[in-house]
Design a protein around this ligand. Structure first.
Ligand code: IMP
Ligand code: MG
Length: 183
């Protein structure tokens, strides 16, 4: 039989239906909260690409879409200011209400540094929407304004989230078999 990425799944943690339900709820909440002002919905690529696309369509108000690619090389207990921006926002940031859309918050370094960076460029507000939270490995405090689900400290894949650039196309969220990442 042909190889399927599903063979490498340990456990399905969140089904397609559970994700869709939560995305609809988050969209409704965001619609209500930003009823009186336009929103800049910023997806952090590549991991949040699929979540961002679904979330955007669950929001009914006026929304602009943009993307950033960034990585944090920080390792200390405090945010270290070593944010590396590979792709920045295209338009002007000053005065904008920004909602950063992230796949999974792990140490928290990437998001806390991105938030500081965008506030430093004059954004009116920078809030965070994360599909998943993995609090077990947090190094810096980040306030997740909109959260999908909390997940255990396992290697997560699917719905945009990768291991070595694979598994992003799984339609659900799963844990990866240990033998795949420990070999
Ligand atoms: P951090 O919060 O700065 O550590 O960065 C979080 C980023 O690390 C996420 O956006 C993911 O790209 C990646 N990441 C963290 N945990 C996992 C995981 O379990 N599977 C795949 N990627 C992960
Ligand atoms: Mg990421």
């Amino acid at each position: 039989m042909a190889y399927s990425i599903e063979q490498d799944v340990d456990q399905i943690l969140l089904s397609e239906q559970q994700i869709a339900q939560r995305v609809a709820e988050l969209g409704a909440q965001i619609t209500a909260d930003y009823a009186d002002r336009p929103l800049m919905l910023v997806g952090i690529l590549k991991g949040a690409g699929i979540f961002h696309a679904d979330l955007a369509r669950a929001i009914k108000g006026r929304v602009q879409l943009d993307f950033m690619v960034a990585s944090s090389y920080g390792s200390g207990a405090v945010s270290s200011g070593t944010l590396h921006i590979i792709k920045d926002l295209e338009g002007d940031v000053a005065g904008k209400d920004i909602l950063l859309v992230e796949d999974i918050v792990d140490t928290g370094l990437t998001l806390s540094e991105l938030q500081q960076y965008l506030l430093g460029r004059g954004a009116a507000s920078v809030k965070i929407c994360a599909l998943l939270n993995k609090p077990a490995r947090r190094k810096v405090d980040v306030t997740i304004d909109y959260l999908g689900y909390t997940v255990p400290d396992e290697f997560i894949i699917g719905y945009g989230i990768d291991y070595a650039e694979s598994y992003r196309n799984l339609p659900y969220i799963a844990s990866l078999k240990r033998e795949i990442y420990e070999r």
